[in-house]
Design a binder for this molecule. Sequence first.
Ligand SMILES: NC(=O)c1ccc[n+]([C@@H]2O[C@H](COP(=O)([O-])OP(=O)(O)OC[C@H]3O[C@@H](n4cnc5c(N)ncnc54)[C@H](O)[C@@H]3O)[C@@H](O)[C@H]2O)c1
Length: 251
Amino acid sequence: MTDFEGLKALVTGGASGIGRATAELLAERGAQVAVLDLDPSSVEKPLLGFRADVTDDASVRTAVESAVEALGGLDVLVNNAGIGAQGTVEDNDDDEWHRVYDVNVLGMVRATRAALPHLRRSEHAAIVNTCSIAATAGLPQRALYSATKGAVYSLTLAMAADHVREGVRVNCVNPGTVDTPWIGRLLGKAADPVAERAALEARQPTGRLVSAPEVALAIAYLASPLSGATTGTSLAVDGGTQGLRLRPVGQ
Ligand SMILES: NC(=O)c1ccc[n+]([C@@H]2O[C@H](COP(=O)([O-])OP(=O)(O)OC[C@H]3O[C@@H](n4cnc5c(N)ncnc54)[C@H](O)[C@@H]3O)[C@@H](O)[C@H]2O)c1
């Protein structure tokens, strides 16, 4: 499928995991793709890598302008850069709350602000935000992270309303637990990584983790010009975790 032929896309956090899989898929489907990341050193052609920290407005603006110049325009922004946080509401101090909000929420605000003037000039403008099942389900030990993703969900709806008449569609994907380097780091910190992985797999009705290419396909669907009627939605890619209520095995 070459639905992205001639289109230009920018993926934040595109050097790893979901962002990397998305950048590669969009390129396979015909887009010219730039990646914005803290560390773009692993990014290879045909992808273009740009270094930026989404917590730093000047660095985001500079990277977005450089990417748009190199690409010759911008049609698709994938706001994907994000970081994790563990614990209950008691477990993180104010500085940590500000730090995680700064990346996960304001990071999307900064990239979108820088991209919008260019997206308005596109015939097929789309923004896709990487949200999470944590926005819509109560997960234990994820108070701060979930709050940031709840904000991303609301921001997606508000942005969709603000920009629909400018021809800019805005949607989000809500992944369950995805097998990326992120989860590798999380398991690395667990007392029993094998048991922790089994618990994460068991939480998903499909009995396995989601893959990064599966999330990339959902992002590409929402970003594609073929989805011109879809805006202000969230698309779950969570192995059924949000919607299904299974009985325990054997009952
Ligand atoms: N892995 C999961 O289970 C899962 C589930 C739901 C949602 N998500 C979301 O998916 C997104 C990507 O996660 P992933 O699992 O691919 O993680 P990952 O750690 O593999 O990749 C994240 C990328 O973002 C970049 N990044 C982090 N902070 C940045 C900053 N300040 N500026 C620029 N780039 C920065 C990192 O360098 C990295 O390349 C995140 O928004 C995350 O919240 C992940």
